[in-house]
Write a protein that binds this ligand. Sequence first.
Ligand code: COA
Length: 337
Amino acid sequence: MGRRATITGWGTYLPDRVLTNHDLEHMVETSDEWIVARTGIRERRLAAPTETTTAMAAAAARQALATAGLGPDQLDLVIVATVTPDTLMPSTASLLQAELGASRAGAFDLAAACSGFVYALAVGAQFIAAGTAQTVLVVGVDALTRWVDFSDRSTCVLFGDGAGAVVLQATTADEGILSTVLGSDGTGAWSLYIDGFRELLSANGATPPKRPYMRMKGSEVFRFSVRVLGEAALEAIQQAGLQPQDIDLFIPHQANLRIIDAAAKRLGLPMEKVWVNIDRYGNTSAASVPICLAEAADAGALKPGMNVVLVAFGAGLAWAASVVRWGWQGVPGREAG
Ligand code: COA
């Protein structure tokens, strides 16, 4: 058995403030019935000003380190997947490294929007497989509600804020990250993007004409997502030398329940094998997959030897998938979650 990365710690952070569909009914012309029927979302979390991207990442990371039974000084690398950093310079990963006291670690951000965590997991796993790192912290964190136009009903109902983190460690056991698939189609870049950046930069110190906000061509992104979610998952399953029926738990990016349903059907997976929390958190971008993974681990839904598919898609357009064989058996004196 070669050297692989395996998940030994996990954690999450969700802001306290809940924004329900009924709250949104007072903000835009929409209804709880429409949002539930078209997306599966009932409520989402909103980061307060003090709940910065770095603070949310740090809370999830501390939990992940505690689950792994590791101290921050044991980390070789900190990778933060985010498209909503607190500032463009320095990186959120550097701010997080300082916050945690991960003094030995290299640190960088990775921008692949909603696919960011699965991309970052692939990168961290490669560092470990290559022998250049023993222990890597991978965080998916986003506060997309800071970029949402709350007068645009076609986007503001979809997104929420949060963070999820995992610790990767080297193993030679038959477990860990078995395969990774990364993809991108930049010809679809302007289907989901932040508008107004060019104007902001060309204002040259003058007051920019408008504040940048997220824009989306919903039905284009929907068609892309339905196709790519199933395809990327299948590719990762095949690359791991497995069949869809070998998959014990399917953890898709939580963007729309109808997209998840379609992918599960395509893979022939019953919904009991699909982790869904979109009703409570909406689309938390890079945080969505690691939040699901941590919830599943805390709920005892992951047993050693289980094959888990992680798959995500989003702005880029980009997508990523990975098959993970769960290895964590618990260690005396060390509690999950
Ligand atoms: N409440 C009520 N009506 C709404 C609405 C809302 N929040 N948002 C849009 N509508 C309206 C539209 O204006 C449109 O009205 P019209 O026919 O009068 O123009 C109607 O609902 C249907 O819009 P349509 O875009 O066809 O709906 P849909 O079934 O495609 O659902 C999305 C819209 C956004 C839910 C869906 O396209 C989607 O989920 N796309 C993917 C988004 C995504 O996952 N993005 C992130 C990727 S990481």
